[in-house]
Design a protein around this ligand. Structure first.
Ligand SMILES: Cc1cc2nc3c(=O)[nH]c(=O)nc-3n(C[C@H](O)[C@H](O)[C@H](O)COP(=O)(O)OP(=O)(O)OC[C@H]3O[C@@H](n4cnc5c(N)ncnc54)[C@H](O)[C@@H]3O)c2cc1C
Length: 475
């Protein structure tokens, strides 16, 4: 809803400069234009979307920054997509987690319609891969996962997940085969590095909410089905989006408020409010050093991004017949999907008979610290060996017709122990400066939902600041 009464001291509409055109910046921009603000969004790259961005290569194939799935637990991104009329672009898959192992072995967890947390218990106890004694070690740990209160969860942030797992005496094979691909898919970090709190938060949500772990895929590229409709909505409402605008620094005035944004070209852009929706390693560079004297900003230097690699491979025949997300504890591809099954826009030969359908797979390669520096050929070769070992009946007959590698040296913020309490609010101690991004405080960490939620919270904080400023002026 537009609020035409909004105005600045000079009589114009309040103007917000947003740095960063990922989901957080775009979600904030949408809320602000909906509320009568003038926005100018500055994005460094030629395309929008940040970590969810995709672009077409010379063959006309979409290349994605990363494999993205939607979880049933998300809320705000669905509200936003419904407002844009694009919620139906999500295709929900069967509520089942499939693990593919070396040698072609498989196991899965299928949920039932029982009330939570019972909906997941048959999934664990019907599973054939783990023995009953192994599964019983997990049973007792479900209590703190489901019933642990906020204080308990916060206290677990001092442990890695591996430490927590061992403290509770949960079976080691479950750590290696079930939880390793889970933590690598969640935050691209292994159990010995990720905070226990993150895993407990996610597992607790899955246990408490029956649909939380259900997953969906976009019907095609995130550019066409998410980012572009969002950007179009903003520009149609008068928002200005500028790509190829690399923000160099935020400028301060004598009151230690933000006075403007300087681009690397030297151009200076001025507004009433400033919102950064940058990845944490970029934010660290644009914040003036004077502000870092305040621990609110100084603490941000303790955050870092996790490296990850995305590999896409095209094949001359169908390798997998599973229309869902796939996990793999063996090798370097903890989570992947065959877009030939999951994503209709990507079917190479949509009208063909099933026999002619071909696989097109996208893999998350993690942990990537030691892999990211390898050559494309080496990385693709290792992924291909991994695929052949997981699909020994179909893969060896197939030929790889094309492969691409996308490296993200600093992707989502590293959820290592001790970092959670340092996550800043969207409102900062500087009255005209606000933050958005997965590292800021909200429930969903660095995810599409976390980005949208943080963007909307930052926009709400700007609205609030503007209203109280108006009240002050009137008073
Ligand atoms: C491989 C991979 C897989 C993922 N899978 C999932 C998934 O399955 N489900 C899920 O929910 N989430 C997933 N995520 C996480 C999700 O993509 C992110 O949490 C979310 O997109 C972050 O959005 P953001 O706007 O906060 O940050 P970003 O997307 O990083 O956006 C920041 C923007 O700022 C721009 N920028 C940087 N520096 C400057 C500068 N100096 N000036 C101007 N602009 C600048 C960047 O170019 C970028 O566009 C995945 C991430 C990756 C990398």
């Amino acid at each position: 809803m537009t609020a035409p009464a909004l105005a600045t001291a000079t009589g114009g509409r309040p103007r917000v400069i947003i740095c960063g055109g990922g989901l957080a910046g775009l979600a904030a921009a949408k809320t602000l234009v909906d509320n009568g603000f003038e926005i100018e969004l500055l994005e460094q790259r030629p395309i929008l979307g940040g970590k969810v961005s995709a672009w077409k290569d010379a063959d006309g194939d979409w290349i994605e920054t990363g494999l993205h799935v939607f979880f049933g637990a998300y809320v705000e991104i669905y509200e936003l997509m419904k407002e844009l009329g694009i919620y139906n672009r999500i295709l929900w898959k069967e509520h089942k987690l499939t693990y593919t192992l070396a040698g072609g072995e498989r196991f899965s967890f299928r949920t039932t319609k029982l009330p939570s947390p019972l909906h997941l218990l048959p999934a664990v106890f019907e599973n054939h891969y783990f023995s009953l004694p192994e599964k019983l070690t997990l049973g007792k740990s479900l209590f703190p996962m489901v019933f642990g209160n906020e204080q308990y969860m916060a206290e677990q942030d001092r442990y890695t997940y591996q430490e927590w797992h061992r403290r509770w005496g949960i079976n080691e094979r479950m750590l290696k085969k079930m939880f390793l691909p889970m933590t690598l898919s969640l935050k691209f970090m292994p159990p010995e590095e990720i905070s226990a709190k993150v895993v407990l938060d996610v597992a607790g949500t899955f246990l408490r909410e029956p649909h939380a772990s259900r997953m969906g895929f976009l019907k095609g590229s995130p550019q066409e089905h998410l980012t572009q409709p969002l950007a179009d909505y903003i520009t149609n409402k008068g928002g200005r989006i500028r790509t190829n605008c690399n923000v160099k620094t935020l400028l301060l005035n004598e009151k230690r408020q933000i006075a403007g944004v300087e681009l690397i070209t030297g151009e200076r852009i001025v507004g009433d409010y400033y919102l950064t929706a940058l990845p944490i390693h970029k934010l660290q560079r644009v914040i003036p050093s004077e502000l870092k004297e305040d621990p609110f900003f100084g603490n941000l230097d303790q955050f870092e991004g996790v490296p990850v690699v995305t590999v896409q491979m095209w094949f001359d025949r169908q390798i997998s017949f599973i229309d869902n997300i796939l996990f793999c504890p063996d090798g370097i591809i903890p989570v992947y999907a065959d877009f030939g099954n999951t994503t209709p826009d990507y079917f190479l030969d949509q009208k063909a008979e099933m026999a002619q359908r071909r696989s097109r797979m996208e893999f998350v390669v993690a942990p990537a610290r030691d892999i990211i520096g390898q050559s494309d050929e080496e990385i693709v070769g290792r992924v291909w060996e991994n695929v052949k070992s997981c699909f020994p009946n179909t893969a060896p007959k197939a030929n790889v017709t094309k492969a691409t590698v996308v490296r993200v040296p600093q992707s989502v913020f590293a959820t290592k122990p001790g970092i959670d309490r340092l996550r800043p609010t969207q409102k900062t101690p500087v009255p005209n400066f606000f933050l958005a991004g997965g590292y800021t405080q909200q429930r969903f960490y660095d995810s599409m939902e976390g980005a949208v939620s943080s963007g909307r919270r930052a926009a709400a904080a700007i609205l609030e600041a503007h209203r109280s400023q108006g009240a002050l002026a009137r008073g």
